[in-house]
Ligand binder design. Structure first.
Ligand code: R2B
Length: 309
């Protein structure tokens, strides 16, 4: 068994991140409010300096399962397991550190993942992490693909089909590019083996919606002012533009990581073909089997990177 390197020997002077807020050095200390940590009481280089992979997903259960999976695959001890709390003692995000892998929950939607990314990116910066790779794993709604198919996003599009994440800053619209790292997407794709008893993984465009129901043209929300006919026409139009799935976080995830010079990927398994329906009716056993697939692919990737060094 080849040895997996888990960290750098010499502590680096600074992180490899770029383009960060020039005011950060003045924040003494900086409180990462939603992670429940600050730079005065946590020694970031010591605790997080060895982080190489930041994997995030929607729910605490999913990320805990991923943490245990990584622990088993890397033959490591889960140490420390930290559940992070907000200041009112209600849980916001959960975070597990397994050697060089950080497993974090991001909640639902761009506002939630954006808060997390601001704080995680600052964490990487304060910890002086070297070239961390960020990967979002999760579930998604497929468009004309078999449920169970893993989608690796080539780029994240907003609902106007632009590859950008739009934020309103001081009353003005600011757009950030939400294209993803093509080499990383290809590398992840190459680790799925359709010849074995395995799963299909495809690369395609992801549309990031701000809503689960009307925003994704579902017919089963509390409100619906369109017809099933226009829904299908809309989805087929997306398919013609190379869109293969819907999620609700990819534009913010792609744009914020890109701004910080972080390589990143989105790997989601489809739990429904939206052309055939809106409600997720697949049996829970199938869904939980499918949910393992992004974890499997990302674990293969992490092991490959660590073994190849
Ligand atoms: C996938 O699943 C969630 C909605 O059910 C959302 O976070 C997403 O992107």
């Amino acid at each position: 068994v080849r040895h997996m390197k888990m960290g750098c020997k010499k502590p680096p002077n600074q992180s490899t991140l770029k383009g960060l807020n020039p005011c950060l050095p003045c924040l003494k200390p900086d409180f990462l409010y939603h992670l429940g940590m600050d730079t005065a009481t946590t020694n970031f280089p010591k605790v997080f300096g060895d982080v190489r992979f930041v994997c995030m997903g929607g729910t605490p259960g999913r990320m805990e399962r991923f943490a245990y999976r990584i622990m088993k695959d890397l033959r490591l001890k889960l140490s420390p397991v930290t559940t992070l709390r907000n200041m009112t003692d209600g849980h916001r995000f959960a975070l597990y550190k397994v050697g060089p892998v950080l497993c974090v929950t991001h909640g639902m939607g761009c506002p939630s993942i954006s808060i997390l990314l601001h704080e995680l990116i600052k964490m990487m910066h304060y910890a002086k992490c070297q070239n961390p790779v960020f990967i979002r794993i999760g579930t998604c709604g497929g468009i004309g693909i078999e449920p169970g198919t893993v989608v690796i996003s080539s780029e994240a599009l907003d609902c106007k089909l632009n590859p950008c994440y739009e934020v309103i800053v001081q009353g003005k619209i600011v757009q950030h590019c939400s294209k993803l790292d093509q080499c990383l997407a290809q590398e992840l794709r190459s680790l799925a083996n359709p010849c074995e008893v395995d799963f299909e993984a495809i690369i395609g465009k992801t549309i990031c919606a701000d809503d689960f129901y009307e925003g994704q043209s579902r017919l089963d929300g509390a409100f619906c002012d369109y017809t099933s006919h226009s829904k299908i026409a809309y989805l087929l139009g997306l398919k013609d533009n190379g869109v293969v799935n819907f999620d609700m976080e990819s534009t913010a995830f792609a744009a914020l990581t890109k701004r910080a010079n972080i390589r990143s990927a989105v790997v989601c398994v489809s739990v429904i073909d939206r052309i055939k329906g809106d409600q997720i009716r697949a049996c829970p056993k199938s869904v939980s089997e499918w949910e393992k697939r992004p974890r499997e692919l990302v674990s293969r990737y992490i092991r490959k990177v660590l073994l190849d060094e």
